[in-house]
Design a protein around this ligand. Structure first.
Ligand SMILES: [Zn+2]
Length: 385
């Protein structure tokens, strides 16, 4: 029977080539970058940079005590994201933030493919245009050579229809660029107050335009509690009408086997963000309760992501790419260890297969698959499918 020690598990997980398909730039800044940028732009830090992760999590937890449903105002953003976005207001800052994030992902977690998402509209507070913000973010990708992938442009669901249409035009003009460009669009923000479940919802026209252009689509859907907001409707609409290629979070699927079948039939993949969902316990109570267990049983394609390295989770848990695999292996999945590792392998392959970047160099996915299989062999995990 297979039984890897904790250190062996950590070593193997660290070395496995990984993907990040759902990662927000503004929610993933490092204290080191914030310190550098605060000096350059004269931003006053509320606490020493090294204490910002703790400080900002306290701010987030306090804010949700007063705003239990995470409600956004029309055209607004959550305050902790506003805090982060003040560091993303110049070309050099955006470029460095992206480069810093990609460097950390590779050096600390062997992430080899990342789709970084951001809302350029939040980087226009000091005169930058949304186009310049996207150019700067792509310059961040081009300034490194370890991580493949590209940018996802977020349409903010609390904004109006014009915003959605403009963001899709912007995405189109950078889509398909080599080696790095925009690879897709997303709809993000407060799903409870601003659902996307009918043709009259603000982001409908924008997303349909992206679909007409053939730009890959992912949508935050089924993240807010289904029992309160009926967010399952957002998932059904995303798949049936908008033709989404991927669903961000999809927690509501755990309560709806019929819609799970829809995912299976259409081959729609889920971007699973375990720690982000379990943080503060109001979306998913615990890792053991996470519907990823059901996705694995039902063979729904899903890949693990962090959502926000800085802002997701709570005061006791914060996501990172290696940690997400460890949680899936030890805290979410049941069954014997060999079976659980085979699900991890499948999950890693889904991450590679469901990435949006068509300009991945030929052979990249095959190289990663071979590397994964070699590592499994090295750690004496027999091949299964
Ligand atoms: Zn997200």
């Amino acid at each position: 029977m297979l039984r890897l020690g904790q250190e062996q598990k950590l070593e193997l997980i660290k070395q496995l080539p990984k993907t990040e398909l759902h990662l927000h730039l503004d929610g993933s800044l490092s204290p080191e970058f914030m310190e550098r940028e605060s000096r350059r732009s004269g931003i006053r830090l509320p606490v020493p940079a090294a204490d910002i992760p703790q400080w900002i999590m306290e701010q987030k937890c306090d804010a949700t005590k007063q705003n239990v449903d995470n409600v956004q105002t029309k055209g607004g953003n959550w305050s902790v994201f506003d805090f982060c976005n003040q560091f993303l207001q110049t070309k050099i800052a955006i470029q460095e933030a992206v480069q810093d994030l990609l460097n950390r992902l590779y050096a600390n977690h062997t992430v080899v493919y990342a789709e970084i998402r951001f809302a350029p509209v939040f980087s226009t507070l000091k005169g930058l245009t949304a186009r310049e913000a996207v150019e700067a973010a792509l310059a961040g990708f081009n300034a490194q050579d370890k991580v493949r992938g590209g940018l996802i442009i977020c349409l903010m669901r609390s904004f109006d229809e014009t915003h959605g249409l403009e963001m899709v035009e912007l995405a189109k003009s950078f889509w398909g660029r080599n080696p790095f460009g925009v690879v897709g669009i997303d709809v993000a923000g407060d799903e409870g107050s601003f659902p996307l479940a009918s043709e009259s919802d603000a982001m409908f026209k924008g997303v349909m335009k992206a679909k007409d252009y053939g730009i890959p689509i992912t949508i935050h859907a089924g993240e807010w509690p289904d029992n309160k907001f009926k967010t399952i409707k957002n998932i059904e609409f995303a798949i049936n009408t908008l033709g989404a290629d991927r669903i961000g979070h999809g927690i509501a699927l755990g309560r709806h086997p019929d819609v799970l079948k829809l995912l299976k039939d259409t081959g729609t993949a889920v971007e699973v963000c375990l720690t982000s969902n379990v943080g503060r316990g109001f979306k998913v109570k615990s890792f053991a309760d996470h519907p990823a267990k059901v996705f694995a049983q039902e063979k729904i394609p899903f890949a693990l992501s962090c959502d926000n390295l800085l802002l997701s989770g709570d005061l006791s848990i914060r996501p990172n790419p290696c940690g997400e695999i460890m949680h899936l292996l030890d805290d979410v999945l049941d069954g014997d260890e060999l079976e659980r590792w085979s699900i991890i392998r499948r999950c890693l392959l889904h991450g590679l297969e469901r990435g949006f970047n068509p300009s991945c160099p030929p052979g990249f996915k095959e190289w990663c698959t071979k590397k994964i299989d070699e590592l499994f062999k090295q750690f004496q995990i027999p091949a299964t499918n």
